[in-house]
Design a protein around this ligand. Structure first.
Ligand code: DQA
Length: 141
């Protein structure tokens, strides 16, 4: 199983953000864990991160050709990007929405996710382990 893992805006500076909220790992440490978890589960992961919304949309399109499942954490775009919503809507493979923090219990503006209606599963507030859960969900599906 091939899983595309798409991290979005500001996740490149994960280790500089509030560690109590986001866990304190750097993006490369997180990606190292994701690759190891994928291997353990017999899956192949491809991790990507960008601060450019158009690039993120292009990678959603790449999933059309390559992925059997997609894990997305679009960061703040989750709350308002209809462009990312529409790109993910094209996919026929399952999409899992992951957030390191529990956006359901944070500021009002974070509680809404425009991609939530498209998600086969949503994993909130589990820190880096949320990505593992997302991979497990996709492999079990
Ligand atoms: C986040 C939550 C978003 O609200 C925030 O803008 C992020 C990270 C998370 O993983 O908890 O950048 O997606």
């Amino acid at each position: 199983m091939r899983v595309l893992v798409l991290n979005g805006v500001n996740l490149d500076v994960l280790d500089r953000r509030d560690a109590t909220m986001y866990g304190g790992l750097s993006l490369s440490e997180l990606e190292t864990k994701i690759y190891a978890w994928a291997r353990e589960l017999g899956a192949t992961a491809r991790c990507r991160q960008t601060n450019n919304e158009g690039q993120y949309v292009e990678w959603c399109h790449e999933a059309l050709e390559w992925a059997d499942g997609v894990v997305v954490n679009p960061g703040a775009w989750s709350h308002y990007s209809y462009a990312i919503h529409d790109a993910l809507e094209l996919l026929e493979v399952p999409v899992v929405e992951v957030h390191l923090s529990n956006i359901a219990e944070r500021e009002d503006w974070r509680r809404n996710s425009v991609i939530a209606p498209l998600a086969a599963a949503r994993i909130l507030g589990k820190g880096p382990d949320g990505y593992r859960e997302a991979l497990e969900f996709l492999v079990a599906k």
